[in-house]
Design a protein around this ligand. Structure first.
Ligand code: SF4
Ligand code: SF4
Ligand code: SF4
Length: 333
């Protein structure tokens, strides 16, 4: 069996996606038998020139994780594309823009002011912010520029396969290993555009019972809940769960632990906008009888209990949302 040339490159990442690959435990040995690593700077001593110096198309499979936050992230993605026969977007950041893309929301202050000056935990009396150049021993060096927005990988390059999740879960990475095995022995790959996860919704994977008619009167923060029924769907218990709008494939990791799904596998193929789908599902479930008896002020109070609506409904997918597309007029470079 011919070994596969593999490159793993990264953009704006927390490196959790790298750790997820190492979470394969002993299965990682299968990966080492299957591939020749041509580039994986997080795990081995690779420099960007090692990727640049490969021949075009020399990499069989290029994996990219992290969002496109800096000009350097975009540049690395383009080099990976040129060197790779197929490219895989790995993790929620590369698939949808992920958590970094929440900063794309138009805000009255600049991102740097919020992050480096305003957050209560910041100790920065001189107001230092990241620079675009640095002078070392009289030589000025240009540093990677921060792009206007943090984007998903497909904003800058063509992608062949998608592996969502924050990070992708071991069963999904095992599916990727199986794909690599078939590729190594037969040269065959799944159809372009395949998402390596399930096609159904998380609700169909979650073992909790959904009553025929779900309704609820209030949103409750998980820390306010005295006792959670381990078998009943979380929504009638007042806990927001993104399951109705989210792709299955994680074996309902969070809901099994009494935690509402936060949507890290992104929407199913049938859903255009992850957050809007979830908002529409929740509003249709709000107890209608109670709703009719409520004043507008009381209704507002219920809705106001949703902490950080943007982060709740678009935690991982703001970079692919309709709202982002509407306000993002600047051409992506
Ligand atoms: S998808 Fe999650 S684990 Fe992977 S880089 Fe983004 S934030 Fe980190
Ligand atoms: S809404 Fe959440 S808790 Fe309820 S069935 Fe769907 S995934 Fe499970
Ligand atoms: S339950 Fe939701 S947030 Fe948790 S791992 Fe699965 S898709 Fe991600």
């Amino acid at each position: 069996m011919k070994k596969i040339n593999l490159a793993i490159a990264l953009g704006a990442t927390c490196a959790g996606c790298d750790v997820a690959i190492l979470d394969l435990n002993e299965k990682i040995l299968e990966v080492f038998d299957l591939v020749d690593f041509k580039f994986w700077p997080t795990a081995m001593d690779f420099k960007i020139d090692d990727l640049k110096n490969l021949k075009d198309g020399e990499v069989d499979v290029g994996i990219y994780h992290g969002s496109i936050r800096t000009t350097e992230d975009a540049e690395i993605a383009k080099i990976l594309r040129k060197k790779s026969k197929v490219v895989v977007a790995f993790g929620a950041c590369a698939n949808f823009g992920g958590i970094p893309s929440l900063a794309n929301m138009p805000y009255e202050k600049s991102m740097f002011d919020v992050v480096y000056k305003d957050v209560p935990s910041m100790d920065n009396p001189e107001g230092t912010v990241p620079q675009t150049s640095i002078t070392i021993k009289g030589t000025e060096l240009t540093l990677p520029g921060i792009r206007k927005d943090a984007d998903a990988l497909d904003a800058v390059i063509d992608i062949d396969y998608y592996v969502p999740g924050c990070p992708p879960m071991v069963p999904l990475i095992e599916q990727v290993v199986e794909v690599l095995k078939v590729f190594a022995s037969t040269g065959q790959l799944p159809p372009k555009g395949t998402v390596i996860a399930d096609t159904k919704t998380l609700c169909e994977e979650c073992g909790r019972t959904k009553p025929e008619e779900i309704s609820f009167k209030d949103f409750i923060s998980p820390q306010e809940v005295q006792e959670i029924d381990p078998d009943l769907c979380l929504i009638p218990q007042g806990i927001i769960c993104m399951g109705p709008a989210t792709r299955a494939g994680c074996d309902a990791l969070c809901t099994k632990m009494n935690v509402g799904c936060r949507g890290c596998l992104g929407p199913t193929d049938k859903v255009k906008d992850h957050g809007l789908k979830m908002i529409s599902a929740l509003t249709s479930l709000l107890d209608v009888d109670v709703e009719e008896d409520m004043s507008e002020e009381e209704l507002h109070k219920v809705v106001d209990k949703i902490p950080d609506p943007l982060g709740t409904f678009y935690r991982f997918t703001y970079g692919k949302s309709l709202i982002y597309n509407l306000h993002s007029e600047e051409e992506i470079k």
